[in-house]
Design a binder for this molecule. Structure first.
Ligand code: NAI
Ligand code: MG
Length: 498
């Protein structure tokens, strides 16, 4: 994994900024976790109206970390009202260059507090510190910088159109990239002059709440960002709220469909970034050393809790045995364990529920006749862990071949021809990501035109950049995040007067 990451552009360049930071066992001393957290509404930390709370735990130990407020309908009402108030009181009318200054300040403060954000992200969510430190937090800051730059140039983002903000944005995010998904949603929303009610995922609220604190520190007007913590019911209350002008959701396809039904016919806007079952196609002419690092990165990065993970490996028949042998050797080198150890490759599974889901998938595959291979990595005694896993001997109709596992589990199938590779890659209801490894440029173009996926990577995987739009087709959702296209999702557009 180290090698795969060090080949990548974005992560490493951004990481240089943080190179003085060497986390250690004492890393946890740089964060302070309160026993209990309120909601952020109208610039104030408030107790939830019905007083409910739930625990967030540390997945690498199972230990209790803090009590998080359970927001209900009444809290969502207040948060939406606060966001509406801030929108109408001036955020929407602010000179764009002033709005830009606020967002630049926010971006700088995220950099200033990057260590704290990274350590807290790894404690509450289980991901390796190397990833939160070098990827999640730098990319989050980059997202705010990028969108701050657009704030006073929106007329150039959508030429020929007059732009206006939409209003109050209801944003519901998952637990796999808690800060980064908040950044992907908040940065364009704010840059376009909207205000936000954010609902973090229930297992990973702490960094969103820290981000709320940073927004306060950046002195954004009260009510521009509101955070209502809670689980699915809280999210459903936000998605259904008539005062929310747009719902932006990232999470499972099942919940995305529910939200689409709630929003249908209301005239409110919606973008959905849902599950994936990314095909990762390796041709027999591929540069094998790099391809193996790419395969490892594509499925074991962030424990495979990645919507665009390369979770279905398709290998050309002639190299399949050799490649699998090499891949198995490489998997033995992956260290599974303490997320705060900078040598860790695979951290903790985010929750007990997710560990159960992954386990069921793999046990199910075995009972459907697949062969399972797992690395021999020693696992810590406490907490939630799953070894890097390969599943072979698939027919293609097994549950594990069709549904998103969202764990460190790679299915492997072979193909003979390009046409067969495309057919197998597209044999899914999802369409978020795909990858192709080949030395032939023409073949890359041929494949990219045929693969049904929002993002196709060639001779690399999991590359992200704020300037590059990200999103799915088919049951992976609709709408784009990032780039010029992502801005349009947060704007009302009218033809400009000639
Ligand atoms: P989920 O879709 O239930 O959770 C994502 C977010 O939606 C959380 O903030 C949650 O509180 C919220 N939510 C849940 N029910 C809601 C509702 N009815 N209305 C509005 N918001 C609601 O995903 P979950 O249960 O955490 O994970 C289950 C599976 O979903 C995973 O195993 C994985 O396959 C998939 N998943 C995919 C993600 C992706 O980015 N592709 C992200 C998270 C989960
Ligand atoms: Mg947690």
């Amino acid at each position: 994994m180290t090698t795969a990451r060090s080949q990548t552009g974005t992560g490493e360049n951004l990481a240089e900024t943080f190179s003085e930071y060497v986390p250690s066992v004492e890393a946890r001393d740089i964060v302070s976790i309160k026993p209990r957290y309120g909601l952020l509404i109208g610039g104030e930390e408030r107790e939830p109206l019905q007083g409910g709370a739930f625990a967030t735990i540390e997945p690498s130990s199972g230990d209790h970390l803090a009590e998080i407020s359970e927001g209900t309908q009444a809290d969502v009402d207040e948060a939406v009202a606060a966001a509406r108030g801030a929108f109408e009181a001036g955020w929407r009318d602010l000179a764009p260059r002033v709005r830009a200054k606020y967002i630049f300040r926010l971006a700088r403060l995220i950099q200033d507090r990057a260590r704290e954000l990274a350590v807290l992200e790894s404690i509450d969510g289980g991901k390796p510190i190397r990833e939160s430190r070098d990827i999640d937090i730098p990319l989050s800051a980059a997202h705010f910088f990028y969108h701050a730059g657009w704030a006073d140039k929106l007329e150039y983002a959508v030429p020929g159109m007059r732009t206006a903000p939409l209003g109050v944005m209801g944003q519901i995010i998952p637990w796999n990239f808690p800060v980064l998904m908040a950044a992907w949603k908040m940065a364009p929303a704010l840059a376009c002059g909207n205000t936000v009610v954010l609902k973090p995922a229930e297992t990973t609220s702490l960094t969103a709440l820290l981000l709320g604190e940073i927004v306060q520190e950046a002195d954004l007007p009260p009510g521009v960002l509101n955070i209502v913590t809670g689980a699915g019911e809280t999210g459903a209350a936000l998605a259904a709220h008539p005062g929310v002008d747009k719902v932006a959701f990232t999470g499972s396809t099942a919940v995305g469909k529910k939200i689409a039904r709630q929003v249908a016919g209301t005239g409110r806007r919606l973008t959905l970034e849902l599950g994936g079952k990314g095909a990762h196609v390796v041709f027999d002419d591929a540069a094998l050393d790099q391809a193996i690092e790419g395969i490892v990165d594509a499925i074991f990065f962030n424990q495979g809790h990645v919507c665009c993970a390369g979770s279905r490996l398709l290998v050309q028949e002639g190299i399949a045995d050799h490649l699998l042998g090499r891949l198995k050797q490489r998997m033995e080198l992956l260290r599974v364990g303490d997320p705060l150890d900078k040598n860790t490759d695979v951290g903790a599974i985010n929750s007990h529920a997710q560990l159960q889901r992954i386990t069921e998938f793999v046990e199910g595959a075995e009972s459907e006749g697949c062969a399972i291979h797992q690395s021999g990595a020693p696992l810590p005694e406490r907490g939630f862990w799953f070894r890097p896993t390969l599943v072979t001997g698939l027919g293609g109709s097994e549950r594990i071949a069709r549904e998103e596992v969202f764990g460190p589990v790679l299915t492997v199938q072979t193909f003979r021809t390009e046409a067969e590779a495309v057919a197998k890659a597209n044999a899914t209801r999802y369409g978020l990501s795909a990858g192709v490894w080949t030395e032939k440029g023409s073949r890359i173009l041929w494949m990219t035109q045929r693969l049904k996926a929002g993002v196709v990577w060639a001779n690399t995987f999991n590359q992200f950049d704020a300037a590059s739009p990200f999103g799915g087709v088919r049951e992976s959702g609709f709408g784009r995040e990032g780039g010029r296209q992502g801005l349009e999702e947060y704007l009302q557009l009218e033809p400009a007067a000639k």
